[in-house]
Design a protein around this ligand. Structure first.
Ligand code: MG
Length: 257
C-alpha cells in the first residue's frame, strides 16, 4: 500500500536546512571536481561537510534489494557511461569527463536529495546538450508540480523535453517522495501520461530527477553492484531537486546559490 505523507507549511520550513546543506555539498564537490582529482577525494570532502554540519548520510548504510552490499560512501559519483548510483572508487578525473554527482543527507531528521552533472575541463558539445536537456526537463517537471495537476503531468513535462532533443527515456529509476527517509511514495517516473496518477496537493514533497543517456534507454549494473551504466557505452546526465508543492509556485528546497 502506498502511503502519501503531506507536510504542513511549518514542516516544509523545517526541511529547508537539509535542502540548503545538500545544495552546499553539491556546490563544493562540483567546484572541486577538476582534472586529476580522485573520486574518493570528492567523497571525502562530502563526508567532512556531513561531519562538520552534524548531518546524517542517507547513503553510507543504504542497502536496498537492488544493491549488492551497503553503499559505504556518502556521495554518488557517476562518470561518462555511468549515470546513476556511481560508487566512488580510485579514479582520477580526466579532461572532458562528464561527472554526475548525487547527494542525499538528513539535517534535523529531514532528508533532501539533489543531483547535478558537470563536465571536467574541456566539454564536448554533445555532453553540454545532454546536461542542458536534463536541466530543462527538471525545470519543466518542477513547473508542472502544482495543485490541479497529477504526477503524470510532471512525468509528461519531463519526457517532452527529452523527446524534443531525441533522447529516449528509461523509467526504471525516477523521482520519489522525500521526507524522514530518502525514498517514499509516490514514484515520479520520467515519462508518463498527463492527467494520470496521484493528484498533487500542497505539502507533497518529492524529488524530481530526469536522467538521460545519449543513444540508449538501457542500463546495466557494474560489477561493483551499484553503478548503473549505459548499455551501449554512451554518456549520461542527471539533474535532481527536492521540491515542495504549495498552493502557488513549488518551493525548490535544494536550490543552489
Ligand atoms: Mg538523488
Amino acid at each position: 500500500m502506498s502511503v502519501i505523507e503531506l507536510r504542513t507549511p511549518a514542516e516544509i520550513e523545517q526541511m529547508r536546512p537539509a535542502g540548503r546543506f545538500v545544495a552546499s555539498v553539491l556546490e563544493a564537490t562540483a567546484k572541486a571536481a577538476a582534472v586529476g582529482v580522485n573520486l574518493l577525494e570528492l567523497d571525502a570532502l562530502a563526508h567532512r561537510m556531513i561531519r562538520s554540519a552534524g548531518a546524517e548520510s542517507c547513503y553510507l548504510d543504504y542497502h536496498p534489494s537492488f544493491g549488492g552490499s551497503p553503499f559505504g560512501k556518502v556521495l554518488c559519483t557517476s562518470v561518462n557511461d555511468a549515470v546513476l548510483h556511481g560508487l566512488p572508487h580510485d579514479y582520477r578525473l580526466r579532461d572532458g569527463d562528464l561527472l554526475s554527482l548525487d547527494f542525499a543527507a538528513a539535517v534535523d531528521g529531514w532528508v533532501a536529495d539533489s543531483a547535478i552533472s558537470v563536465v571536467v575541463g574541456t566539454p564536448r558539445d554533445e555532453d553540454l546538450r545532454l546536461i542542458d536537456t536534463t536541466r530543462r526537463a527538471l525545470d519543466a517537471g518542477i513547473a508542472a508540480a502544482r495543485p490541479g495537476h497529477r504526477i503524470g503531468d510532471i512525468s509528461r513535462a519531463i519526457a517532452d523535453v527529452a523527446k524534443a532533443e531525441g533522447y529516449s527515456i528509461n523509467t526504471d529509476f525516477g523521482g520519489h517522495g522525500v521526507g524522514r527517509t530518502m525514498h517514499g511514495d509516490p514514484h515520479v517516473p520520467n515519462n508518463g501520461r498527463p492527467g494520470r496518477g496521484l493528484p498533487l496537493r500542497p505539502g507533497l514533497v518529492i524529488a524530481i530527477e530526469p536522467w538521460f543517456l545519449e543513444t540508449t534507454d538501457r542500463i546495466f549494473t557494474d560489477p561493483d553492484g551499484w553503478t548503473l551504466r549505459s548499455a551501449d557505452g554512451s554518456r549520461g546526465a542527471h539533474s535532481e531537486h527536492t521540491i515542495a508543492v504549495t498552493e502557488g509556485d513549488p518551493i525548490v528546497l535544494t536550490q543552489r546559490g
